[in-house]
Design a protein around this ligand. Structure first.
Ligand code: AMP
Ligand code: MG
Length: 395
């Protein structure tokens, strides 16, 4: 199955199971959440024209080239008096323009005369250094759409609108299972044949960054009854996310348990790393089974599971930004699967990590992004390749 098709199917499945519940939270609590309402401006912002500079406000038609007396001082946060005809007002950045003024000259371009009058040294024009009323937004305009992910900038904008609380989609609850008899948690000694569980921490931290609530199930032994019991004990989650146990030829306990109490599809994706992927339902709860090798987990989570989870929260924009960069490597062997190489940009060219084994997570820690090498293609030094920054996938 081509990557695009898998993604399209997953997004369709996500749209069939939207997280419908919402909650109202403070801006401080809204970081990383998904907006569940359209945000409209209630006011013109700024509500009045104001000065973009420290300087002097005047009415241009009052000025015939002669110096003007200063009739008031206007600081930010204070209401001005109407401008006295034939005078100017000392004004500071962000202060409202007095009624009657239509121009601000910055203080660097004036001369203060001994009698207190101000001589304007440069030609002036109407609206100069004036921030018009409503330059950020007009009352009634839609400023943010439902389905927007809220980061620092969106929260800053909500604050600009005067919003203290926002309606957001409730967090997605994701159960994380690490299958494998060989797995041991960090901190414990390794026995013969054992390795440390990488994926549990990798996925739990990543899910938290995506605003999900993690139900941390830990290690699930390669045993049918244990797998059944584990699934049966999962109440009230929106997704069951497992790693391992989906390789061809392995006793696939998750698959067996799902066939008994649900349904499942086994996909062979044209993706490297990460060919096998399970999608199913257990008692109505969607299940995604990712391959166990950490780099495969990373790629299939980042490219397929992340957009699925975002779309379930109603996020419209789930496609990571990517850009074209000249290759700093020669790829000689055309593949039948789309490859995502762990890579970084050095001196304007993209370099790939020397060992692209799916079992090597250091490749991804070294990398700044993934280079996409299309099926059948053999990019050479200087050819354009598509680069997806890891920061796009992680946030
Ligand atoms: P599997 O799909 O269970 O056959 O796993 C494929 C490979 O990934 C094997 O080498 C496993 O040892 C490894 N693996 C599976 N789960 C994890 C995990 N949670 N952390 C690190 N490696 C894993
Ligand atoms: Mg396994």
């Amino acid at each position: 199955m081509p990557v695009e098709e898998a993604l399209e199917q997953l997004l369709k499945l996500a749209e069939q199971a939207p997280i419908a519940e919402t909650e109202v939270v403070t801006l401080a609590e809204a970081e990383g959440r998904v907006l569940a309402e359209d945000l409209l401006a209630e006011l013109d912002l700024p509500p009045w024209p104001n000065s973009a500079m420290d300087g002097y406000a005047l009415r241009l038609s009052d000025w015939q080239g002669e110096p003007l007396p200063v009739s008031q001082r206007i600081f930010a946060g204070h209401a001005p008096q109407p401008l006295q005809p034939g005078s100017c007002a000392r004004i500071f950045t962000g202060a409202p323009l007095p009624e009657g003024a239509d121009c601000v000259e910055m203080q660097e371009n004036v001369e203060l005369l001994e009698d207190g009058r101000v001589s304007f040294l440069e030609p002036l024009r109407v609206d100069q250094n004036v921030r018009p009323q409503g330059q950020e937004t007009r009352a009634g305009e839609q400023v943010m759409n439902k389905g927007t992910r809220l980061g620092p900038i969106e929260l800053g904008l909500a604050a600009t609108l005067g919003r203290a609380r926002l309606k957001v989609v409730r967090r997605v609850r994701v159960a994380v299972l690490s299958t494998g008899d060989e797995l041991v948690e960090p901190g414990l000694p390794l026995g013969p044949g054992q390795i440390y569980n990488s994926n549990r921490r990798l996925l739990a931290s990543w899910l938290q960054r995506l605003g999900c609530e993690v139900v941390d199930v830990g290690i699930v032994a390669d045993d049918l009854q244990i797998t059944r019991d584990c699934l049966a004990g999962l109440a009230d989650v929106d997704l069951i996310l497992s790693t391992g146990g989906v390789s061809v030829g392995e006793a696939d306990y998750l698959g067996i348990a799902l066939r008994e109490a649900g349904e499942l599809a086994l996909w062979k994706l044209a993706i490297k790393p990460g060919k096998p992927l399970t999608f199913g339902h257990y008692r109505g709860v969607p299940v995604i089974g990712l391959p166990g090798n950490p780099a495969s987990t990373l790629v299939t989570f980042g490219l397929l599971t992340r957009p699925y989870l975002l779309r379930r929260q109603g996020v419209t924009e789930v496609t990571p930004l990517r850009f074209s960069v000249p290759a700093g490597f020669d790829w000689t062997k055309a593949g039948t699967r789309r490859e995502y190489l762990r890579a970084r940009i050095e001196q304007g060219r993209v370099r790939i990590y020397k060992n692209q084994s799916s079992g090597v997570l250091r490749s991804a820690a070294w990398a700044e992004g993934l280079v996409e090498v299309l099926e059948g293609s053999t990019p050479r030094q200087g050819d354009s390749v598509s680069f997806i920054p890891l920061s796009e996938l992680l946030g």
